[in-house]
Design a protein around this ligand. Structure first.
Ligand code: AMP
Length: 281
């Protein structure tokens, strides 16, 4: 496995492979890799001739009070995981290489970015959209894989690829969970043992929402209420949002029918957890 830090080296590698007619798969990450990332890497390995994983804790998607400096960076572990999964290139750019002096272009996807996550994290999605566009420009992948765990992020990336004619196929893969249902996340390690136990309440609230929908619940507010009551059973959990929305537009639903996305974010102590579940009725 090559470890490349310079964007130019990755671009040159990609150019060479493209000339040979090989397909390039790409999994962008912020490192602290777990089985959720591993599932994307494995799927990419099966789909493509060559595989790039980027590990870059992107400063522009963190707010001023967020966890940029303490975000975990277990690079030895991450490289070992990539090597074991047959990754060809581990791309580890520095912030200076990604954002050299003088750079000023920002990519925004306003309608998707202002909802849900965007309300609490106003600059987050401009940071994500900009870095993903830049990474696509460097790696020039044929296929890029993202997790359904970050549903709004995946929707935003699909939109920006279509809007900017980037010519990258976006493959969104299911959320990988712990045995008790908690969605795997690099941030779960911040949870104290008590908070870790309480954290499953978000997934349980989706299960309760799904059961209510399957049992014929008539109104959106009934289902949202059932989900909120479930979360309220954990006194340390605070709801940021818990909603039924349209899986395509992410707009709040007014009727319980068709394809339904249960979307939620809660805080337990200082840790924010997000998750979602897709249902069809
Ligand atoms: P991150 O390193 O958190 O930026 O995530 C990198 C990629 O891994 C994103 O596409 C995430 O959606 C995806 N991902 C994170 N957690 C999971 C999970 N539990 N299951 C599947 N994909 C995930």
């Amino acid at each position: 496995m090559k470890i490349l830090r310079a964007p130019q080296s990755v671009a040159a590698w990609s150019e060479r492979l493209r000339k040979e007619g090989l397909t390039i798969g790409f999994v962008p990450t912020m490192g602290a890799l777990h089985d959720g990332h591993r599932s994307l890497i494995r799927a990419a390995r099966l789909r493509c001739d060559a595989l790039v994983v980027s590990i870059f804790v992107n400063p522009t998607q963190f707010g001023p009070t967020e966890d940029l400096t303490k975000y975990p960076r277990p690079i030895t572990h991450d490289r070992a995981l990539c090597r074991a999964e047959g990754v060809d290139v581990c791309f580890e750019p520095t912030p200076d290489a990604m954002y050299p002096e003088g750079c000023q272009t920002i990519v925004t996807v306003p309608e998707i970015a202002h909802r849900w996550e965007g309300k609490t994290r106003p600059h987050h999605f401009a940071g994500v959209a900009t870095v993903v566009t830049k990474l696509f420009g460097i790696v020039r992948p044929h296929v890029a894989l993202f997790g359904q765990k970050d549903y709004q992020q995946a929707a935003l990336i699909k939109r920006l690829v279509a809007d900017l004619n980037l010519g990258v196929t976006i493959d969104v893969r299911p959320t990988i969970r712990e045995k008790d249902g908690l969605a795997m996340s690099s941030r779960n390690r911040y949870l104290s043992p008590d908070d870790r136990r309480a954290a499953t309440i978000l997934y349980q609230s989706f299960q309760a929402g799904r059961q209510a929908i399957e049992a014929g619940a008539k109104s959106v507010s009934t289902v949202e209420c059932i989900m909120a009551k479930m979360v309220a059973q954990e006194s340390t959990a605070h709801i940021e949002y818990l909603a039924l929305c349209d899986p395509a537009s992410l707009e709040p639903l007014t009727q319980v029918k068709g394809r339904i996305l249960l979307l939620g974010a809660i805080r337990i102590g200082s840790v924010r957890l997000i998750d979602n579940m897709l249902i069809t009725r």
